[in-house]
Ligand binder design. Sequence first.
Ligand SMILES: Nc1ncnc2c1ncn2[C@@H]1O[C@H](COP(=O)(O)OP(=O)(O)O)[C@@H](O)[C@H]1O
Ligand SMILES: [Mg+2]
Length: 234
Amino acid sequence: MTAPIIRLRDVNKTYDTSGTARPALAGLDLEVRAGEALAVLGRSGSGKSTLLNLIAGLDRPSTGSVTVDGVAVHKLGEAALAGYRRARIGMVFQFFNLLDDLTVEDNVLLPAQLSGVSRARARARAAELMDRLGVARHARTFPALLSGGERQRVAVARALMNRPPLLLADEPTGALDTASAADVRSLLGELNAEGQTILLVTHDTALAGACATRTIELLDGVLHRDTLRAGAAR
Ligand SMILES: Nc1ncnc2c1ncn2[C@@H]1O[C@H](COP(=O)(O)OP(=O)(O)O)[C@@H](O)[C@H]1O
Ligand SMILES: [Mg+2]
């Protein structure tokens, strides 16, 4: 049994500092192992995005600890957080978050550039990823000219650029038509089958069914259900 790649201990998150609103996360304990594809379900407002943002180092817990790939994320300062995100986290969003004035290739290259990888090595890696994700012919195109499904494939290529140990996705099929959503579902399933650890937040039970090895459900910031898929290795 491998050490967990994600470990949250007694995590509380309250946005409202006056203390009157209920917390977004309350006493959350969670461990995720390398190789898992964890789907986080729960209705709107249940704390899913908050959980993802704490793991991504985009926000901090009010109390409790968040450890990812050996890094105590809750203790990092801003500069260290940026470095953490570049090296260890790939992130995919509902609305792609691509830069519209950069070509597809330049979008994919961005994380490597920010990490100081040589242009030649970065371009070789980008070419490999665009090929793998079926968007190589669009390398010189601008994202606005692509379909939603293609844009999400470009976003996944960008997320994988620095070979992050953890791929995070927040509603990655939420803005896609039926066919593109099915396409992104099978892509995430393939990546996980190749060993990529994935944590995704979704309303899409078909997405969870297609690619998750484990599903948790949040209810008002509390872990309500934790289900390992039958046959999934642990
Ligand atoms: N930046 C924020 N400021 C204040 N309240 C927030 C903020 N983000 C989320 N919340 C609140 O925290 C709770 C959980 O939100 P969120 O994590 O976005 O849930 P989900 O992603 O499951 O819809 C909700 O009550 C939401 O209104
Ligand atoms: Mg959300």
